[in-house]
Design a protein around this ligand. Structure first.
Ligand SMILES: *[C@@H]1O[C@H](CO)[C@@H](O)[C@H](O)[C@H]1NC(C)=O
Ligand SMILES: *[C@@H]1O[C@H](CO)[C@@H](O)[C@H](O)[C@H]1NC(C)=O
Ligand SMILES: *[C@@H]1O[C@H](CO)[C@@H](O)[C@H](O)[C@H]1NC(C)=O
Ligand SMILES: *[C@@H]1O[C@H](CO)[C@@H](O)[C@H](O)[C@H]1NC(C)=O
Length: 369
């Protein structure tokens, strides 16, 4: 008997295996909007996912199980289910905490190509085995947003290029956190013609060098926004150099939650993207305004740093909106910042100056070549 996984078992109802002794892993809310499955335990009842069929948002946690048992799906001709898949209300799908053969993952993407899925999130997955030959044309879903967190791929640096081949062009937002490799094979990567937002936050091992490797030149022609929170960035100037090398024209850059230095010794000046209008340098441990910032910006956020005096106008870029809250100089009456230099109002953040839990977890990984 074939047991079908997660979403694809929606397609194969007659073949389902049902075991009665486990509690229902899936729960659909009263409005038929959100359905959450958590398949923990040694023999979870996968057929419970059937009740998610009417949901708009589906979240599936695999309890660390291997999904190899569902590999037969890859031999199924999904075209015969095209109308069923098209009728699904599914718009957001999250899959996490499982080991997935690459062949199965891409077969599921092919199936989802008939759906109207807009947002896909993959978290804590171990993608095993070799990748199937690339499709002749992109047959996967037409996603607007793809979010990937803590994925390990047997195929190493080629993973994004391989994944990309299945997605219809049109992706607008790409989030990649806790990546095991961001040193992409640029020659294999195609351009992301519609991508406006790239978020590489929570990759504490990245740094300026890793950023240069990740930003494949000319592959992000529509990029407007780049987020690099807690990404091991040391100086704004280093980011400027990486942007210039990749020829990326940004409007918004977020460097908050990095331990920034005001300037790297001996660093040369760099020309920032001409359209750059907002820069976030909050929670960055800065004692001085860094040198070499873009000459004019509409928004500059310097909140929650360690500035001990008001910046002089000649130190600042020309800005219309400047945020300086949470710096010691603004609040001389308040208890002085202690050894950590953190003003109490700014300490509530979960990510104090680049010290998030993931930093500690990933520091030892050294995965960024
Ligand atoms: C799934 O269930 C396990 C065991 O009951 C629990 O520890 C875990 O937090 C749950 N995961 C989610 C995402 O709810
Ligand atoms: C990353 O994913 C692996 C495999 O699912 C898991 O064992 C590990 O705990 C995850 N790491 C974090 C930081 O969540
Ligand atoms: C800057 O980043 C911080 C922390 O990530 C955030 O709370 C704040 O809203 C951002 N500022 C702007 C102007 O977007
Ligand atoms: C400094 O102050 C912050 C915020 O109030 C607090 O979390 C931290 O523990 C203090 N550090 C020391 C060394 O007292």
């Amino acid at each position: 008997m074939v047991r079908a996984p997660c979403l694809l078992l929606l397609l194969l109802p007659p073949l389902l295996h049902v075991s009665a002794d486990t509690p229902e892993p899936c729960e659909l809310d009263e409005d038929d909007v959100r359905c959450v499955c958590n398949f923990t335990g040694p023999r979870p009842d996968w057929s419970s996912a059937l009740q998610c069929m009417s949901a708009v948002e589906v979240e599936i946690r695999g309890g660390g199980h291997s999904l190899k048992q569902f590999i037969e799906i890859t031999d199924t001709d999904l075209k015969q289910y095209a109308n069923t898949i098209r009728a699904l209300r599914l718009r957001r799908l999250t899959v996490g905490d499982a080991q997935v053969p690459a062949r199965l993952l891409f077969a599921v993407l092919r199936g989802l190509g008939y759906s109207r899925l807009k947002e896909l999130t993959l978290e804590d997955l171990v993608v095993t085995g070799t990748t199937p030959p690339p499709p002749l044309e992109a047959t996967g879903p037409a996603l607007a947003t793809l979010s990937l967190r803590n994925l390990s791929w047997a195929t190493g640096n080629a993973w994004l290029a391989e994944l990309q081949q299945w997605l219809k062009p049109g992706l607008k937002v790409l989030n990649i956190a806790q990546a095991h490799s961001l040193a992409f094979s640029c020659a294999e990567l195609r351009a992301f013609p519609a991508l406006t937002t790239l978020d590489l936050s929570d990759n504490p091992g990245l740094g300026e060098r890793g950023l240069t490797a990740a930003l494949c030149p000319h592959k992000f022609p529509a990029l407007q926004e780049l987020a690099l929170r807690n990404a091991g960035i040391e100086t704004p100037n280093g980011v400027c150099v990486a942007l210039a090398a990749a020829d990326v024209q940004l409007q918004h850059l977020d460097l908050s939650h990095n331990s920034l230095r005001a300037s790297a010794p001996g660093s040369a000046g760099c020309v920032w993207p001409s359209a750059l209008s907002s820069l976030n340098l909050s929670f960055a441990g800065l004692e001085k305004v860094p040198k070499g910032l873009p000459a004019s910006l509409s928004v500059l956020d310097l909140s929650c740093n360690r500035l001990n005096r008001a910046p002089r106008p000649d130190e600042l870029p020309k800005v219309t909106s400047l945020t300086l809250d949470g710096n010691p100089f603004l609040d001389p009456g308040a208890p002085t910042p202690n050894d950590s230099g953190v003003v109490p109002a700014c300490a509530r953040s979960t990510l104090a100056v680049g010290m998030s839990g993931t930093l500690v977890v990933l520091q030892g990984a050294g995965a960024f070549a």
